[in-house]
Design a protein around this ligand. Structure first.
Ligand code: ATP
Length: 241
C-alpha cells in the first residue's frame, strides 16, 4: 500500500490568461511535515486552494488524491469530515463569534462532548491569551491571536492532514516562534502537515521534506535539511551567500 496521504499529479490552474500553476507533481506521505516555499506569486496559495476546492471559477487540470481517492470538487465541509483541515492565509476565523464558539465550530463533526471540552481546555492551556479572551468576539483579536485561534480551531477537528497557508505572515518574531513550536508539536503527535511559507528557513528547519515553487512550477524538491544547505536555496530563499 502506498504511504501517501496527498498526491498531486499534473496540476494546472489558470486564472483567465494567467497560468498560476503549470503542471506540478507533489506528494505528502503519512506522518510527514512537508513545506512548499517560494516567492510572492509563485502559485503556493493557488495550489492549496486547488486541494481544498476553494478556487474561484477558473481552469483546473490534473489529479489530486487524498488517501487514495480523487479530491477534485470537494466542498469544505466534506473535507473536514474526511479529516482534512486548512488554515487559510488571512486566518478565516468567524469574527462575530466568540473565541470559545470558534473552537466549538472546529469540532462540529465530532459528537464526543467530553472530548471536545477537554480539547478546548488543551488549546486554552497552549494559548493562554485565548483563554483570557474566551468570551470575546474573534474579530477583536490581534492578527497573531487570530492565527492562534485559526490553528486551534482547525486542530479541534482532529485532522489527518493539516494545510497551513503562511502561518507566520504579519506576526511579531515571538509569535512566529510560538506558532512554529505548535506546528512542530502537532507534527510530533502524528498529524501530517503541508506548510506553505515564505519564511523558508523556519519552514525547512521544521520540515522533513521541501519543495520550491517558482512561477507556477516546482523547480526543486528533497530532504529539508539538504535543502537548507543547498547553495541555490541559500542564495534565493534564505538570504545567505
Ligand atoms: P504569495 O506568497 O504572495 O501569497 P503565492 O505563491 O501564494 O504568493 P498565488 O496567490 O497562488 O501565489 O498566486 C499565483 C499567481 O496567480 C499570481 O500571479 C497571482 O496574481 C495570480 N492569482 C491568484 N489569485 C488570482 C485570482 N483570483 N484571479 C487572477 N489571478 C490570480
Amino acid at each position: 500500500m502506498s504511504d501517501n496521504i496527498l498526491k498531486i499529479q499534473g496540476l494546472k490552474v489558470a486564472y483567465g490568461g494567467i497560468k498560476a500553476v503549470k503542471g506540478i507533481d507533489l506528494e505528502v506521505n503519512k506522518g510527514e511535515l512537508v513545506t512548499l516555499i517560494g516567492a510572492n506569486g509563485a502559485g503556493k496559495t493557488t495550489t492549496l486552494k486547488a486541494i481544498t476546492g476553494t478556487l474561484p471559477d477558473c481552469k483546473v487540470e490534473g489529479v489530486i488524491s487524498y488517501m487514495g481517492q480523487p479530491l477534485k470538487g470537494s466542498k469544505s465541509f466534506e473535507l473536514v469530515r474526511q479529516k482534512l483541515a486548512m488554515v487559510p492565509e488571512g486566518r478565516g476565523v468567524f469574527t462575530r463569534m466568540s473565541i470559545h464558539e470558534n473552537l466549538l465550530m472546529g469540532a462540529y463533526t465530532r459528537d464526543d462532548k467530553a472530548g471536545i471540552e477537554a480539547d478546548v481546555e488543551k488549546w486554552f492551556s497552549v494559548f493562554p491569551r485565548l483563554k483570557e479572551r474566551a468570551a470575546q468576539m474573534a474579530g477583536t483579536l490581534s492578527g497573531g491571536e487570530q492565527q492562534m485561534l485559526a490553528m486551534a480551531r482547525a486542530l479541534m477537528s482532529h485532522p489527518k492532514l493539516l494545510l497551513l497557508d503562511e502561518p507566520s505572515m504579519g506576526l511579531a518574531p515571538i509569535m512566529v516562534e510560538k506558532i512554529f513550536e505548535v506546528i512542530r508539536d502537532v507534527h510530533k503527535q502524528g498529524i501530517t502537515v503541508l506548510l506553505v511559507e515564505q519564511n523558508a528557513k523556519l519552514a525547512l528547519e521544521a520540515a522533513n521534506r521541501g519543495y520550491v515553487m517558482d512561477s507556477g512550477a516546482i523547480i526543486m524538491g528533497g530532504n529539508a535539511q539538504d535543502m537548507l544547505h543547498d547553495p541555490r536555496v541559500k542564495a534565493a530563499y534564505l538570504g545567505e551567500e
